[in-house]
Design a protein around this ligand. Sequence first.
Ligand code: GLU
Length: 395
Amino acid sequence: MNNQLSDRINSLPISETLAMAAKARELKAQGKDIISLSLGEPDFNTPDFIKEAAIQAIHDNYSTYSPVDGYLDLKEAICRKFKRDNNLVYQPNQVVVSTGAKQSIANIAMVLLNPGDEVLLPAPYWVSYSAISILVEATYKEIPSTIETDFKITPEQLEAAITPKTKMIFFNSPNNPSGTVYSEAEYRALAKVLEKYPNIYVLSDEIYEHINYGEPIFSFAAIENMYDRTITVNGVAKAFAMTGWRIGYIGAPDWIAKACNKVQGQITSGANSIAQRATIAALNAPVSKIQYMVDEFKKRRDMVLELLGAIDGFKLNIPGGAFYVFPDISAFFGKEIKGHKIETADNFSMFLLEEANIATVTGDAFGAPNCIRISYAASEDQLREAIKRIKDALS
Ligand code: GLU
């Protein structure tokens, strides 16, 4: 039968992060001893106090539709969180709760982008930014960076990338996949360029804000004249080990929030009611309650950097946040190792899967063709074993 799918879906790439995770699961089911460092997902359990809030919500019969944009007391908790952690003042009518930060981002793309609008993606960027742009028939332009500059773009690069069609730019700090954290001064320098272009909106994805090993992160919307055109995206998946609960949210100008509410009302209704109630407990708790996970991630980051740094051909930066390392492995390009020709990051990632039973994600998926992403959201033993296997496969 002919391909009856829409052009939109035919041109949509699959999510490489989820595809690699699925492949690792499939190989494991076949009995292969795969260590999956592909998915960005905390290996901790959701903290008990959050689980208990969810159980209580079930007993309290939170089993009907919630308001489309989220329960009012959850939106109030989100506003308090924005003030406490980000020095951002949002009112509940500026907040929309969604089925994961991914839906929040898709909502924003749907309500702000027209076909042909241009989106700027400082690379490396998370796989779904480009895919969601394609889905709404916008085009995207990468602003490249390299490991030498800690994967940061400069104001000059930003200025050069802007065209009359530019409608939106995505910032993501701490960054997935590089772990890069932009300082306040760096963000202010980029904002100086954007000041001149009042029609450009900023999507600031801050989902990794608490997985951060230095100063508290700086929120782009905290720049005075950027607040009115910035959408701050966040969620509970990463900081609270709640990936499966699927709760994301935005703080935005009220007309944008209203439009997201409208779109969500037609495609998903409100997010899961029980997960919303649990999120209130998560956001009301002091951030110190999750520090044990952050401390553990930092320990693992340091260990992974040390062990990978000892392998010839792995060029590393020191990621300030998130739970990924993103080595430049282009030194292997043009080589043949154990019968595998390595020409691309994709080849290298497949080589690691086939020869070392280690699942990673190719940098091609993130607009960084010299790199691969390794998630260290895995146990210390698994990480040690994985890096030993990588080393053995390469020797
Ligand atoms: N955000 C995580 C990752 O990059 C989860 C998978 C996904 O949604 O892409 O691995």
